[in-house]
Write a protein that binds this ligand. Structure first.
Ligand code: MG
Ligand code: MG
Length: 260
């Protein structure tokens, strides 16, 4: 586990700003008919424009600048020729390296108008992330973060994906500790001010089981239910996590299908 000083956290915030800009550009382009490969071009150009490089491209051979996971795809979706359709949800995961430091943030976006339940799942996963960030208080145990996600999801009747979680982050995209999305408050390592974590709850509208597609990357829900994935890079502090990948703009109201 590495503790970052103020200067390192400042640099991570700069990387986080680029991540947020990439998200904003990609979000603008998400609409029915667009392919996930089109979104990569936008992400790539935006990274270049800001002097950053993708954390993901070439990572253990991952073939793209961003991950794009549609509907039942949870994480690590490989962008390609697939065209987005009205009613889809798409999780975009962006990692950027700027001046040696990483920022990592994921968000699930609606494509056109989505179902009420899908909109609810997106809101709830974002809320779970918010609660987890609030639990990233120095002096807490790491289990408090997972507990925040798990207990909220249980109250809402959602499943938490246990097979994947967050991670420490800094000079490396993946540093210690692993940050599970489940836990008990009195378990796990002690959180210290300056510890930087990527916190990333994944909730589903069905069960928690996952499987990986033949491409070796794309993780989907075993039961085909849709999934949502929200992630921020945060710095642990006395009042909770400080977000280093703050979004430029955020969806306030998801456009949902209305029954006539
Ligand atoms: Mg990520
Ligand atoms: Mg991550």
């Amino acid at each position: 586990m590495t503790i970052k000083n103020d200067e390192e956290i400042r640099r991570m915030r700069e990387a986080g700003k680029v991540v947020a800009i990439v998200h904003a550009q990609v979000e603008d382009a998400i609409s029915p008919g667009v392919t996930t490969a089109d979104l990569v071009v936008i992400a790539r150009d935006t990274l270049v424009e800001h002097g950053a490089i993708s954390s993901f491209l070439g990572y253990h051979g991952f073939p793209a600048h961003i991950c794009a996971s549609v509907n039942d795809e949870i994480v690590h979706g490989i962008p390609g020729k697939k065209r987005l359709r009205d009613g889809d949800v798409i999780s975009i995961d962006v990692g950027a390296i700027l001046a040696g430091y990483h920022g990592d943030s994921a968000w699930t976006y609606p494509v056109g108008q989505i179902s009420k339940d899908a909109a609810q799942l997106l809101r709830e996963t974002e809320q779970a992330l918010q609660l987890a960030i609030e639990a990233a208080v120095s002096g807490n145990r790491l289990g408090a973060v997972g507990y925040a996600v798990e207990s909220f999801a249980r109250r809402r009747g959602r499943s938490v994906v246990r097979d994947y979680g967050g991670h420490g982050i800094g000079r490396q995209m993946h540093e210690d500790p692993h940050v599970p999305n489940v836990g008990t408050p009195d378990r796990g390592v002690l959180l210290r001010t300056g510890l930087t974590l990527a916190i990333e709850p994944m909730l589903t509208a069905g069960g928690e089981d996952t499987r990986t597609l033949k491409d070796g990357w794309t993780v989907v829900t075993a039961d085909g239910a849709i999934a949502a994935h929200f992630e921020h890079t945060v710095a642990v502090g006395p009042e909770g996590g400080t977000v280093l990948t703050e979004r430029l703009a955020r969806v306030v109201e998801y456009p949902v299908w209305r029954t006539p």
